[in-house]
Write a protein that binds this ligand. Structure first.
Ligand code: C2E
Ligand code: MG
Ligand code: MG
Ligand code: MG
Length: 278
């Protein structure tokens, strides 16, 4: 900025902050509008490969925001904003609705959705999820809810009670980004879940030092009877190592990138015969 070069650094900093704040407020307004109109934000679906069944067996719904002026905005940007301005519940409901409509079209497939800790910790969350499934006539055992580790879990709080209600109804719970959060072996002892998803950062370095860590996670998970997904698998070498170590599911660009509704329905319909046949 040639214009600002002569000013003192505080003025430059202030100007920059103003710009950031303006941009942020605009994003908030746009996000409200995007959720009200119910277009713009929709689910994409990343196929999950089952090493057990040697085929595609499920998928993960991932939020996409197609901003009218800015193009696609990443969930890592807009999810935290939705949480801060209280719109995460609407966003979660829209994602579940999209996911249900795909499950209705693909009755042989299961689906994972991501839930914010704020959703999971809120009164009535299990009822909202279960009544949405009932509305679509979808068996709760076909749904998995991914949660990231937070200090709120593994105790006696609302989140844990909600997890219990959902699991009693047949919904599975997975810990996302496993290994990067607050899990300790003592917390894992208390936490009743169905699956861990080993974070991509460990998968990236499986050939470069993190293999013993992954082995420890897998041993712990197997001892507790949990299923194990490897996240962010990008190479054949990673896939072979992770299957040999005991991961039952693989997800990553090697298998597929997240796909739009039509593409994922075509994919799963086309590969239907391979699914669940060992
Ligand atoms: P996540 O749930 O851990 O999802 C995995 C992320 O890794 C996705 O990014 C996916 O596109 C990306 N990914 C998958 N395989 C690969 C790979 O092989 N290489 C690379 N480089 N990336 C891969 P995405 O879609 O940008 O989502 C980021 C995060 O945003 C998600 O992480 C999740 O925590 C959050 N998120 C997405 N959708 C929702 C949602 O509907 N609700 C909530 N609460 N959070 C969501
Ligand atoms: Mg996830
Ligand atoms: Mg993850
Ligand atoms: Mg993540």
């Amino acid at each position: 900025h040639a214009k600002a070069a002569g000013r003192n650094t505080f003025a430059i900093f202030g100007e920059h902050m103003d710009e950031l704040l303006r941009r942020r407020r605009k994003l908030e307004q746009d996000l409200r509008l995007a959720l009200e109109t119910r277009s713009q934000i929709e689910a994409f679906y990343q196929p999950v490969y089952s090493a057990e069944h040697h085929g595609l067996s499920s998928m993960e719904a991932l939020a996409r925001w197609k901003h009218p002026e800015e193009g696609f905005i990443a969930p890592d940007i807009f999810i935290p904003i939705a949480e801060e301005i209280g719109l995460i519940h609407e966003l979660g409901a829209k994602m579940l609705e999209d996911a249900c409509s795909v499950m209705a079209d693909l009755p042989f497939i299961s689906m994972a959705i991501n839930a914010s800790a704020l959703e999971l910790g809120s009164d009535g969350y299990p009822l909202r999820v279960l009544s949405r499934l009932a509305k679509w006539n979808i068996d709760p055992t076909r749904l998995e809810i991914e949660i990231t580790e937070s200090l709120g879990f593994g105790g006696e709080g609302r989140s844990d009670r909600n997890i219990t209600i959902l699991r009693n109804a047949g919904v599975s719970i997975a810990i996302d980004d496993f290994g990067t959060g607050y899990s300790s072996f003592s917390r894992m002892q208390k936490l009743a879940v169905d699956r861990i998803k080993i974070d991509k950062s460990f998968i990236d370095t499986v050939e470069g030092g993190s293999k013993p860590l992954i082995e420890a996670m897998i041993n712990m998970a197997q001892a507790k009877g949990l299923k194990i997904t490897a996240e962010g698998v990008e190479t054949d070498e990673q896939r072979d190592t992770l299957v040999a170590l005991g991961c039952d599911s693989l997800q990553g660009f090697l298998i597929s990138r997240p796909l739009g509704r039509a593409a994922v329905i075509d994919l799963y319909n086309g590969t239907k015969k391979q699914i669940f046949t060992a």
